[in-house]
Design a protein around this ligand. Sequence first.
Ligand SMILES: Nc1nc2c(ncn2[C@@H]2O[C@H](COP(=O)(O)OP(=O)(O)OP(=O)(O)O)[C@@H](O)[C@H]2O)c(=O)[nH]1
Ligand SMILES: [Mg+2]
Length: 289
Amino acid sequence: MKEINWFPGHMAKSRRELLGSLKRADLILEVCDARLPKSSRHPDLDKISEGKPVWTILGKSDLADPVCTDKWLCSAEAENKIWLALNLFSDRELNQLRKRLRDYNEKFLVAARAKGQRISPLRLIIVGIPNTGKSTLINRLIGKKSTQTSNRPGVTRSLRWVRGGTDYEILDTPGILPPRLNNKESKLNLAAAGAIPDDILPLDEVAFALFKKLLLDYPALMEQRFAVTNGGQEEWELFQMAACKRNCLASGGKADLPRFINLLLREFRTGKIGRISLECPPFVMDITE
Ligand SMILES: Nc1nc2c(ncn2[C@@H]2O[C@H](COP(=O)(O)OP(=O)(O)OP(=O)(O)O)[C@@H](O)[C@H]2O)c(=O)[nH]1
Ligand SMILES: [Mg+2]
């Protein structure tokens, strides 16, 4: 993929400001994308968390392949890490997190009461790459729309504390990507999932790479949605056939590829093709190489 500048000024600024705020945190919640838990980890959380506890939320789990998600959760559990896969719009799933937070908070409350100290709200800092659902998580935790959300990356532009009744103070932070990312597969996965603004991406390359990956890993879903089967034909031919099958046609009956590219990405991002994960353990991928 050609070099693109995806580390705009506000990310650099937020990264610096985040460092300053972390010392006020009781707990850090890292929101990743369940479809790509490896590439969507916050770039330098291990360095900046300074020993603060970190829980990892695999957001958008309703869009991810459940078999793959279970594997991720098992491997995290084997390392004694707290990872939760959540559809942030499901109350039942969110209650798992609420309960854990209440139990965690109880520890602080007991200690504060024992010392006769004023009881203060639990301070959470939410971090992650763009468009994973950080602001959605905050709105859902505090039960009202107090921070803006949207289905495009880069919506939250500055750090902002939000008060959630007497229980929580939560810091919403802008999504941050690594300043450098040389692993091509990671780049393509982040782009396909919508973590990078489409207007700076070579969308044809992103969509074709996604198409090839889905043909390989999810052939049945591709057959169902696009009526194409992997085997015999070149992938490029299948790409054009899929466009025609889905009525993305230009004059002369040829495939209207720009239209199909948008359709494919939109349908993947909204889960219309099916529940798909782009990254499944075990695998070896160093995103900083
Ligand atoms: N399907 C699904 N969509 C979700 C989930 N959580 C969030 N979304 C959607 O994902 C999009 C991004 O959500 P935001 O909360 O704005 O994401 P963010 O991480 O705050 O994004 P930035 O501020 O740009 O970094 C919105 O369209 C949400 O409705 C989820 O669990 N499942
Ligand atoms: Mg946000």
